[in-house]
Design a binder for this molecule. Sequence first.
Ligand code: HXC
Length: 248
Amino acid sequence: MNTVRFTLNRPKALNALSSPLFRELNDALTRFEEDKGTGAIVITGSEKAFAAGADIKEMAPLTFSDAYTNNFIAPWSYLTTLRTPIIAAVSGYALGGGCELALMCDMIYCTSSATFGQPEIRLGIIPGAGGSQRLTAAVGKSKAMELILTGHNFSGKEAGDWGVAAQVFDGSHDDCLNGALETATKIAGFSRVAVTAAKEVVNKSQDLSLREGVEFERRVFHGLFGSKDQKIGMNAFAKKEKAQWTNE
Ligand code: HXC
């Protein structure tokens, strides 16, 4: 299975996230999600910015009725509905909507010098793309409250220390991107059936109680004994061979 990389590329605006950018990103994500050959996706930006937030110039003239009736921001979370694993490779600024976009991905790899934050309070608004929920789930209520109420930034190193990021790279953007691509390639090399199930059960832990989550996991686990790849994986282990997955 292939690994696909998406690079946010609005350098003049530090990759500020606009509605046209999300239309383009969502169309491309749909194409690759539907392509049965895509095993994992990496979303990245540049050395200077993953994304410096929602496009403030696009938002400035919005009225309540525009935002409400057009359900402004709703299409931004489309990527959370995808079944293909997605890694964010973050260098530079990941502020506001940029931090929220990274948090929507299945895992974050970042440079230690990356700058995360939810600075919306400084603009007279609040996080609107899930930051108050996903950041709180990652760092706990007290730290999330402090970050969101003060608008203080936090570093990539802190993101690693607090469990926001899965891996932190002391080197350059390329080191971080290569690390993310390596992990994506590894994931894309496993059975698609098992990878899809693993992503689904981990995500359920965010929505269900422990008891419901464990029961859900067990049902999905039982279901995998109906897959060809379970037989292939276990027989290959017994024969000391490399499994040749069918993704069935
Ligand atoms: C629109 C932006 C932008 C943004 C930067 N730019 N961030 N344009 N929306 N979020 C533009 C600047 O206007 C400028 O354009 C160019 O990018 C370079 O930015 P500078 O400010 O000159 O760069 P620098 O001095 O290096 O400062 C970098 C920065 C600063 C610290 C990241 O740009 C900044 O504070 N940006 C805003 C960060 C922010 O508040 N993000 C949250 C947005 S609200 P020109 O044309 O002047 O060269 C949000 C809400 C989410 O995300 C809720 C729903 C999704």
